[in-house]
Design a protein around this ligand. Structure first.
Ligand SMILES: NC(=O)c1ccc[n+]([C@@H]2O[C@H](COP(=O)([O-])OP(=O)(O)OC[C@H]3O[C@@H](n4cnc5c(N)ncnc54)[C@H](O)[C@@H]3O)[C@@H](O)[C@H]2O)c1
Length: 328
């Protein structure tokens, strides 16, 4: 049985679906703080325990009830701006919650975990593409919480032999190709769903922050990794750990960047709509370029991201259209 924390959320639900599609037994642990019961209901075949990682009894109960061979740990808060305003909430949830999970794992002799980390651990890039050895100097509490959990995992390995694979995601995008699940954040802070929402909702305008960066068209460059490719890497990371692989860290990105304007044009092409937009001043803390060096994941995990930005936008648009119809 694989335990997926945060399986009611955007990325976690895609992982649960992929594990079910691969014939694995899965139990979801989620407190539905930012995830959704409707999502869990769609993941037929997965077990569900509603509980909070901040409460040790909740997570210990899962290990008492199920024979867990490995954990994929997505549960966290992940809004950068909110983390700046409410650092206590972020450290308490992301760090204390993860500590409770790790302690419960050790107590029940479960020693393999795949962890959702983030490119935010690197902070402002010193060079690009960013490899795993790039200095880690996060510039917001969100990134600090993820780096702290990575450090705690090192200590748990030394003390108890717990093996972890930390996957540092760049910009995750897209949805299930069959339209079963997709991105559902409230509020939505990610670029592609926000452009698509401006395409579909009358009166909504897409805000483009900064068009005077030193990039080819003046807008920020980011590395958009399709959620299905991202989840392929999680399944490979589980296989790596379950076949004796040691603690490791991998960047998950495509190694190619797209500008905000390129993403916007792709959204226009996929939707066939004119999308209202306004240029706003730059946001504080947005580096001009963030692109992953993904060589290590390709070499060690044998991972090969194959979906294009167009694929991600197409699946996200399919999801967004279903979503607006359901919520009319
Ligand atoms: N979306 C991205 O682009 C991105 C990029 C880098 C890293 N990540 C990381 O990936 C993971 C998943 O992100 P997402 O976009 O799917 O977010 P999400 O908010 O959709 O999912 C997070 C899930 O965790 C659950 N959760 C949060 N705190 C919990 C707690 N204390 N106990 C139990 N459940 C709890 C939420 O209810 C939600 O279902 C997060 O760890 C995030 O930091 C995401």
């Amino acid at each position: 049985m694989i335990l997926v924390t945060g399986g009611a959320g955007y990325i976690g639900s895609h992982c649960v679906q992929a594990l079910l599609d691969a014939g694995r037994d899965v139990v979801i642990f989620d407190n539905l703080s930012t995830g959704h019961r409707e999502t869990v209901e769609k993941l037929a075949g997965a077990g569900f325990v509603e509980g909070d990682l901040k409460n040790p009894a909740d997570i210990n109960g899962v290990f008492e009830k199920f024979d867990i061979e490995a954990v994929v740990h997505f549960a966290a808060f992940s809004q950068v701006g909110e983390s700046v305003k409410e650092p206590y909430k972020y450290f308490q949830n992301n760090v204390c919650g993860s500590m409770n999970l790790l302690e419960a794992m050790v107590k029940h002799d479960c020693k393999k975990i795949v962890f959702s980390s983030t490119a935010a651990v690197y902070g402002e890039p010193d060079y690009t593409p960013i490899d795993e050895n790039h200095p880690k100097h996060p510039i917001n509490p969100y990134g600090e919480t993820k780096l702290t959990v990575e450090m705690i995992m090192d200590d748990f390995e030394k003390a108890y032999g717990l093996k972890s694979v930390r996957l540092r995601y760049f910009n995750v995008a897209g949805a299930d190709a069959q339209g079963r699940i997709g991105e559902w954040h409230e509020p939505e802070t990610h670029l592609i769903p926000n452009v698509l929402k401006a395409a579909i909702n009358p009166g909504k305008t897409f805000n483009l922050f900064g068009d005077d960066y030193p990039t080819k068209d003046g807008t920020c460059v980011r590395d958009y990794i399709d959620v299905n490719d991202l989840i392929d890497a999680h399944l490979l990371a589980l296989k790596y750990l379950q076949s004796g692989g040691g603690t490791n860290v991998f960047n998950l990105g495509t190694q190619t960047g797209s500008t905000v304007k390129e993403v916007f044009e792709t959204c226009k092409k996929v939707t066939g709509k004119e999308i209202p937009y306004e240029i706003q001043p730059r946001r504080e803390g947005d580096p001009a370029i963030l692109v992953a060096d993904n060589k290590k994941a390709r070499e060690i995990l044998d991972w090969q991201p194959s979906r294009t930005l167009n694929d991600s936008v197409k699946n996200a648009w399919n999801w967004e259209c279903q979503f607006i119809n359901l919520n009319k």
